[in-house]
Ligand binder design. Sequence first.
Ligand SMILES: [Zn+2]
Length: 459
Amino acid sequence: MIREVIVRHIGFPVAEKLKGWPVSKYLRELERSQWLSPEEITKLQNEKLAEITRYAYDTVPFYKRLFNDRGMKPSDVQTIDDLPRLPILTKEDMRKNLDDLVSSDYKKSELVEASSSGSTGEPFQYYISEDEKARKWAGLYMLWNWAGFKMGDRHINFVAGPHRAFKSSRPLLWLESKLSGMRTISALELYEGNADEFLKEFARFKPKMIRGYASSLYYLAQSVKRHVIPLTAKAVCTTGETLFEFQRELIESVFKSKVYDGYGGEGMVIAGQCGCSSGYHIDAADVILEIVDSSGRRCPPGVQGQVVLTDLNRHSMPFIRYNVQDVATFSDAICSCGRGFPMLSSIAGRLTDIGVTPSGKSIVVHFFTGMFMKMAPHVNGFQVVQEQPGLFVLNIVPGIEFETVRQEILDKTCAYVGSDVDVQIQVVDHIPATTAGKRRLFISKCGIPAARSQADIKE
Ligand SMILES: [Zn+2]
């Protein structure tokens, strides 16, 4: 308890000063914004939008050209309703124009070069300033606060790859862990031979929160269950990839805690669950989130579409109407928690998590998760790859007596995808993770194209 208070009031402020990251200041702003009324939040978004478009026009060559080519002035974009006058940018647009997207107010050498995993595995590169990273951390702390976590509380960060920070220095690693209350477990260090002792040590640590990618925490929960280790927490926070219902169920039952799923990307904290409903609050003080159909037209609440983001605080490399290639649905529900931030009813996942057959049928990963979960222990892992519109390959890690369910898998899948599609089973040793350490259950190599605006399609 004393340690938590010291971290919160002394350790963290000192670390912020040393690093030049005003996280607490931004967190206080966010904590105020979340309780504003929907009308006040829209007003705040409009003010920030007008400022960021003016800034982008004045200092970013790409946006100056974009406005000029359309005969537009920054004053033409004053409100969220004006946004559709600007085109939707795809990852490809951003990638091709990376150099021209950095503001002349910033030197590239002073920015952090970051990358996120792209839709088909290739990394997407962008620049972000240290100050903007501090804002991102404030957004993350806000989401964790929703789960009951407070700065300084003991928590476990379960990572898929090696622990990067201070990896070369054991004393610094120890200091980081003592100061932040964070212990990092890497999936690379956890294997059957050492799981018992390894996990018992983390159970003795008594974390308040456990966080990580959904698939990583599912793997951790399986291991904890197998070894009957009393590793529990007050909250589990998932992020980084689609959280499936079967993963939520196991994680909640093993860690005896609610799962709070968060959603972010490209340096933005986009939305998160508050625990009062199954929906997600959009971090509307940081982003404007639009949902559009494949022609770029806005979708009303209840209609699923592609997520288009405008970051309201990013000046070093502005993201204005950026199609992040995820699929989600707006909700017009008011959450019982009383927060004014608007809601998403669901986040279906990446655009490449949805396949379309030659006859036009949409194929979703949830069918396969449902089918394979019922087939445990015959199937230990799977990944579905739509190689071509008419070819689905099921990569399967076989479990006990897999051959007894092989035909059933083929029959059920063929009935689901339709007669115009070939289905093949490929037995594999393991499902490889992406470079970011995520394990994707469904990949369509020929799925729905990223939406652009009507205006662009005519060009
Ligand atoms: Zn809520």
